[in-house]
Design a protein around this ligand. Structure first.
Ligand code: CP3
Length: 353
């Protein structure tokens, strides 16, 4: 495999010196891009897009062909694992994801304990290999997974939720069922990320979208502790030990010290956390990724440029910063605004290094 022509992202994750701040955008391949919508239409639906390596590769490359981003992210979804565990994932237009057979009790968990999801996820590792070939060393490729807790929320609720009454009800009513489910998922996520790394992923990110709905005590026990086990298990593998790991808990700003103590290499920050405060707390241990409000992209070009300056100023001089949004880019964003963002980072960030 070819050496990386642009390794700014990897260097920043490892807090090594860089000439400018690298950037990529969560959900950079997605509905705000007309070429993405065209490929999805050709695929017929979102899941077929995910499950066809050639199409997943095509949409992964789309944002890189438009913008000078410093990383590619595998096009897939976090719900591939529950799908492979037999829950029957479906995406209905405008409604988001749902499962035909959600997890409701211990018998449901027992049924999935002996399935090895990685056997069903060959389409993901095939996509990773194909993307690496297509990238030809342009920028690094990020692999990813959902966190066990975030996957459990979808598997127990059966779909997206605002109140999380089923999964949090399970937590307080029958914690042993949730614990068993999280154990199954921890092993699945470790194997899944290790397989993505073996196929060519050069960094991995764990998306804990719903850790922030828990109390601190429950976050540490049900969300962070499974993520810590995954980080530690990956760091024991000779194939994975040098691959940087990013942890992102949306709403996790109060728990950065505990997150940084997992042994991960970087933390993703949402827009509610001040990056200067985060750096003062954990900047000696981990790199920081973030944390513009995704809605700055609805502002004027000048507003976007000002917000970029603010986040660079707040982080301050030195390495260990990857510029990103604090959550995924939204479908209503004008693609031209993303150019303004990317070019502003290129223009302003060299003086911080
Ligand atoms: O960042 C990237 O470009 C990689 C692709 C990616 C997708 N989903 C593609 C996608 C990644 C990293 C994800 C992660 C994901 N998926 C998360 C965690 C990240 C986060 O946002 O916190 C979650 C919670 C999911 C589950 C999921 N997938 C939901 C709730 C939805 C529906 C909501 C929505 O935005 O429509 C999806 C669908 C989805 N995943 C789309 C994309 C591009 C939109 C599908 C479409 O084309 O209609």
């Amino acid at each position: 495999m070819s050496a990386l022509k642009n390794d700014l992202f990897i260097r920043a994750l490892l807090k090594k010196e860089v000439e400018r701040t690298p950037m990529w955008i969560m959900r950079q391949a997605g509905r705000y891009l007309p070429e993405y919508r065209a490929t999805r239409k050709r695929a017929g639906n979102f899941l077929t897009l995910c499950k066809t390596p050639e199409l997943a590769c095509e949409v992964t490359m789309q944002p890189l062909d438009r913008y000078s981003l410093d990383a590619a992210i595998l096009f897939s979804d976090i719900l591939t694992i529950p799908d492979a565990l037999g829950l029957g994932l479906q995406f209905s237009e405008g409604e988001g994801p749902s499962f035909k057979s959600p997890i409701t009790n211990m018998a449901d968990v027992d049924r999935i304990t002996h399935i090895e999801p990685i056997n069903e996820l060959r389409y993901v590792t095939d996509a990773v290999s194909l993307i690496r070939k297509e990238l030809d060393g342009r920028v690094p490729l990020i692999g990813f997974s959902g966190s066990p807790w975030t996957l459990a929320t979808y598997m127990v609720e059966g779909k997206g939720s605002k109140e999380f009454h089923k999964v949090k009800g399970m937590l307080y009513r029958e914690p042993e069922t949730l614990e068993k489910l999280l154990e199954v998922l921890s092993n699945s996520v470790t194997n899944y990320l290790a397989a993505q790394i073996d196929a060519g992923a050069q960094a991995v990110m764990i998306f804990d979208t719903w850790g922030g709905v828990l109390s601190k005590e429950c976050y540490l026990k049900y969300s962070l502790s499974p993520m810590k086990k995954i980080v530690q298990d990956l760091k024991k593998l000779s194939s994975a030990k040098d691959i940087p790991i990013v942890l992102f808990t949306k709403g996790g700003g109060n728990w950065l010290n505990e997150m940084a103590a997992t042994g991960c290499d970087a933390l993703g920050l949402d827009w509610t956390t001040e990056i200067n405060v985060a750096r003062a707390q954990v900047g000696d241990k981990v790199a920081l990724q973030g944390n513009l409000d995704p809605c700055v992209l609805y502002g004027s070009d000048q507003v976007i440029r000002d917000e970029v300056k603010k986040v660079l100023d707040k982080f301050g001089k030195g390495s260990g910063h990857i510029l990103n949004l604090g959550h995924g880019i939204q479908q209503y964003v004008d693609p031209a605004k993303v150019s303004v963002l990317v070019e502003a980072v290129k223009e302003f960030s060299p003086e911080y290094h």
